[in-house]
Design a protein around this ligand. Sequence first.
Ligand SMILES: [Zn+2]
Length: 534
Amino acid sequence: MLTFLASVWLVALPNIPLWRQLAQLPEVTGLRGLLFGLGLAFGVMGLTHALLSLLNWRWLLKPVLTVFLLSAASGTYFMWSYGIVIDANMIVNVLQTDPREAADLFNWRLLLSLGLLGVLPVWWLWRQPVRSMGVLRRLGGNLLAFIVSVAVLVISLMLIYQDFASVMRNHTQLRYLINPLNSFYAIGRVVAQPLERDNSKVEPIGQDAQLVLPAGTLPATLIVVVGETARMGNFGINGYARDTTPRLAREDVVSLRNVWSCGTSTATSLPCMFSHLGKEAYVKRSSNHETLVDVLQRAGLAVLWIDNQSGCKGTCARVPSISTVTLKVSPHCDSGECHDEVMLHELDKRIAELPAERRAKGVAVFMHQMGSHGPAYHKRVPPAFKRFQPECASNALQQCAREQVVNAYDNTIAYTDHFLAETIGWLKKQPGPSAMVYVADHGESLGENNLYLHGLPYAIAPDVQKQVPWITWTSPAFDQQRGLRKPCLQDKQMAPLSHDHYFHSVMGIAGVRSAEYKPGLDIYGTCMASQSRP
Ligand SMILES: [Zn+2]
């Protein structure tokens, strides 16, 4: 009885996000749509109950049902509020989150949903008696329940098979909404992953890496800014109706508008950007490799990673790095967490601490921004930079008017504009040639079609989650030293590019070559005078 009631409850309430999406599908409407929905509901119920039947043992049942009910309740909240779905990538995001990120998601609506959909039925559940029964009788009962459940599943799906096949094929996201089985399946995928890939070791790359700059040239300073959650289309310099980037507009930058991300979350995009493999091979990789920062370090450059985010996801493990989490620099960290400008604080001093023989060859500083990380956009921006008002000051984005969400988000882009301009200002003060490359890890949904945040499976994610800004600034001395032709780079403004070009282009602009370098993927190389071998 408990497993049956639990199955009915789970199908009816925690699966509301699934039923809402189903109701919006154009191909299943009217009576046929209703029958399809009923068939699917019975199918999901059969599947849930079949699983529960196998786990229906006296001391196991209540803990199992508790896990089902609580997982379902939290899944419902996030799917309903932000339009996300739960797949293996989302589980990785959850596992890699830090207390700061988690706190950003916390609000009383989350508590209320967990209470009503999770704690309340669990409280009721633990007050129910479970009859003790002989093992054989229990086994027999479970087997019978399992067979009946599977029969309900099969018959329901057979009755709606025609619609079921086409809907599931055309709307793959629906399967990630089946709650709470989506969470269990995704966790299973994550747990099984080490079987497909040996995560215990990191294979070296770029062992032949070397600098290929003309002899006697001054060492260059390169700052590579890893942007966070930045939508290409919300940058004024990319044609956005609102002037979110007045300071970059005054600099001699080249901004590319047709660049596509590797993934839709930091956990997938960031390591993929810094991998030599490219998206397709990265997803299928059978082992982990060293990254772009290792290659630059092997070539002899002084490399530094500064992180104002939840960490570099292993990318910077073997180079000097600084996390801003413990910094208390005023005014940048006054609000409890540091705004991105903190990464420029005492930068000269930090670079001076790197080995002198490396600095003599050149410096490459990676800065991992907090950028536009949601949902608490308002926290990312110092008060003086909140130009677009009124802004959504809540993390429950769906409760704010859309313009307020967009205002809060655009304020983060305006602050990134300020941060990048300050970075360029710092570079201009360096004695040698200097350059800045800014590329974001992925974009963001701002309430279009009830979608918020990011992290949808790549195949179904909207373009705004995948199209990222790529902005380059170089000093006149740099252009001269490398023979970089800006108009040539400018011509690539609308060229279809992706994170696949990132590894090779940063190597190119850093003047580094190794066996992994592919000239065809270096967007700067083709615009530079051929660099002489040492
Ligand atoms: Zn990210």
